[in-house]
Design a protein around this ligand. Sequence first.
Ligand code: ATP
Ligand code: MG
Length: 492
Amino acid sequence: MDYKIPTPVIETLKTLTEAGFEAYIVGGCVRDLILGREPKDWDITTDATPDKTLSLFPDSFYENEFGTVGVKVVPFLTGGKEGREHDIVEVTTYRTESGYTDSRRPDAVTFVSTLHEDLARRDFTMNAIAMRPVGDGSDVETTDPFDGAGSIRDKVIRTVGSPDERFGEDALRMMRAVRFFAELGTGWQIENDTLEAIRKHADSLARVSHERIRDEFSRIILSDHPMEGVELLRTTGLLRHIIPELEEGFGVTQNLHHIYTVWEHNLRALSTCPSKKLEVRLAALLHDVAKPRTKRGEGYRATFYNHDHVGARMTRTILTRLRYPKSVVEKASLLVDQHLFYYNVGEVTEASVRRLIRRVGLENMDDLMDVRIGDRLGSGVPKAKPYKLRHLEYMIDKVSKDPVSVGMLAIKGTDLIEALGLEPGPIIGAILDVLLAEVIEDPSRNVREALLERAAALANEEIGALRELAKEKIEEKREADDAKIRKAHWVE
Ligand code: ATP
Ligand code: MG
């Protein structure tokens, strides 16, 4: 087999071997080479101690507290940032990780002297193969004591050694097994004893840090087979330590609009969501998470009023607990909150599209559309025709330059103060809010003179009355929009 190891990696191996050390590529990159997939990153394992490695490579640094050394090399990875100065090859000294007293991280790493010992501490056989170029570099030699190549050929995910012990040491490995299953896809299986052990040890995931769980979960969500991955998380018992709220939808039937249970629909919405963005895929998975808690009635007329807003709150709780960054939490819960927007060609006015944009933000409209596409395709009873969404896109485009926020009004607060001689204070904001509500209804009003004239009239009102007025104008319409949603989804 002809394996292509990039030149900067070959050079790094060479520097180590010429200094008298052993050095191999190892782990995910070897697995991916054998699979014919392009490795995302390249790891080297060596008998050189971190200090020795540091001294051999002037452009290197400690990557972490366990003595991994990052060697800076000329950029060669595809998919990196354009114009970056370097890529990193990680060089790790042969080691074992001992004492996972809390199923989280090794208490300590111990350097060992042989490659075999280093391979033996790795999680899965397919990840425990070492490889190095031989001769002029056109050929390679592999060291594969656990028959990882056989596992790859047979498409099985199997632990190195006893699965009981390996999951007992580090419970995160169970999620890694599911993650690899979701990434590798068709035909791959988790070997029986390994799968049995995951079921048996699933509850020890509770002791793993939320951050580590989050990172593996994200990779499952972003994989090519997220639905199969999340389903496997459920059947193994891992999901109840990640997002137990999702399991509430298992076996919960819906109504005449749906052929799938809440659980299955959430999964299908995820798998058909066209977006590759984490927060959008999370929103697709969680968009109906509140349906079990809001369900009223049974059978084809069951309703789920308010599941969008309750779901947005649940999404915030879930993603915050998993330690997702605030930006991801806010974005995903906004998308869940707004996923029910009403749209019917010919029926919906430009003003209501502007109100939707005002609520969602123009920059989030594409993502909201992607959640909706997943929702529709994942329903099994496609009701909204795609042309509806294309038409909405056209409408959004059409009104996208129209004012939907105070900042887009043709006058500013300072104009009110200067031109009308008003005192600075909260009244200014209250007047602008009324003007905005009116401009959203009719953008032709967004002209300086007309706005100043209207503002002068409004300035005679009490602030309380102004606030009431702005609220009425927005809320009244909002309620009309909501009523349409309820009517369209009368059984939802
Ligand atoms: P990818 O980079 O595609 O995510 P990978 O297999 O390289 O997959 P990494 O997390 O980069 O995964 O880890 C590199 C290697 O380190 C693995 O292939 C495996 O040999 C070892 N490894 C990583 N995490 C663990 C763990 N929790 N327990 C045992 N070995 C591990
Ligand atoms: Mg890797």
